[in-house]
Design a protein around this ligand. Structure first.
Ligand code: F6P
Ligand code: MN
Length: 307
């Protein structure tokens, strides 16, 4: 039997401080997952976006913040669930931005959800080109972790063949050349007519199959493995879409572009998007390069009625 390569071994080739931070993040998984069955229903309030924060969202956010702080490696933490960033330790090397529990409306239905994190050396706001590393965890029927620290995109699975560790599943991932599936969030009749037509062409011309799971991490994982297209687009009600540039789009854009895909904000790559507001939302479009090239000619940005 071939020996498994663990996450800890795989990250050893990185700068030691970054490797230690990544391993600490990976090691949080067991306690996080163990907590899920105990916090399925509770609501803890609303966040800075006015969205419902489940008890699990709040617990995971607090847990990750405490563990990150204890490493001594994190200067500042930006989180979708924190009103103000947490200043942890002024002389520490890394700044973390995260969506601690992405897709939390899937908790009650027992569909997938996950954690998204971006690790920077500079303070935010900076573009995604400044990411030292990105990762996401997908808490599905199995737990996977995908990371990218500038040396390729690698996927790990938790607890394989009895090893109580993340073990390597795919090294240097590349999305398939020809797209396979697509997922679109939001309300189709609120999109621009041009984007609606583009969406229909995904079926008619590109022969993609519809797969939408309602958690960005889950939808992202589908196109990372199968190729295709995912978007939570601009709409008349929400011209900037729903997802957040710094907590969600930017870290995932690094992974996706490094795996050979392309991203788009409506005007540029999501890795190049500049914005001074760390809480800003952005329309987002992830896909095979060919599909994103076609999208560039499409009017995707909707406007509020009367504006
Ligand atoms: O973080 C926002 C989020 O939960 C994403 O994970 C997901 O893509 C989206 O919202 C789902 O939104 P909707 O409920 O509108 O389909
Ligand atoms: Mn989210």
């Amino acid at each position: 039997m071939e020996r498994e390569i663990t996450f800890e071994e795989h990250t050893r080739e990185l700068e030691p401080e970054l490797a230690r931070l990544l391993v600490t993040i990976a090691d949080m998984t067991v306690e996080i997952r163990n907590e899920f069955p105990h916090r399925l229903m509770g609501v803890s309030g609303t966040n800075k976006y006015g969205e419902v924060v489940s008890e699990l969202d709040a617990w995971v956010n607090d847990y990750i913040c405490k563990k990150l702080a204890a490493t001594g490696l994190v200067r500042k933490i930006y989180s979708e669930e924190l009103v103000q960033p947490l200043l942890v330790r002024e002389d520490a090397p890394f700044v973390v931005a995260m969506d601690p529990l992405d897709g939390s409306s899937n908790i009650v239905t027992n569909n997938p959800f996950g954690t998204i994190m971006g690790i920077y050396r500079k303070d935010l706001p900076v573009t995604g080109e400044n990411l030292a590393a990105s990762l996401y965890k997908l808490y599905g029927p199995i737990t996977t972790l995908v990371y990218d620290a500038g040396k390729g995109v690698h996927e790990f699975v938790k607890h394989r063949k009895g090893a109580a560790k993340y073990c390597l599943l795919h090294e240097k991932m590349k999305i398939p050349e020809e797209g396979g599936v697509f997922g679109l969030g939001g309300e189709p009749l609120e999109w621009t007519p041009e984007f609606l037509r583009f969406a229909k062409d995904l079926v008619k011309v590109h022969k993609l199959k519809l797969r939408y799971c309602g958690a960005f991490v889950g939808d992202f994982s589908q196109i990372l493995h199968k190729g295709g297209f995912f978007s939570y687009p601009s709409s008349v009600k929400n011209p900037k879409g729903k997802l957040r540039l710094f907590y969600e789009a930017q870290p995932m854009a690094k992974i996706f572009e490094d795996a050979g895909g392309a991203t788009w904000s409506g005007s540029e790559s999501l890795l190049k998007t500049k914005c001074d507001d760390v809480n800003v939302r952005t329309p987002l479009y992830f896909g095979n390069k060919k599909i994103i090239e076609l999208l560039k000619g499409v009017k995707t940005v909707a406007h509020k009625e009367g504006e």
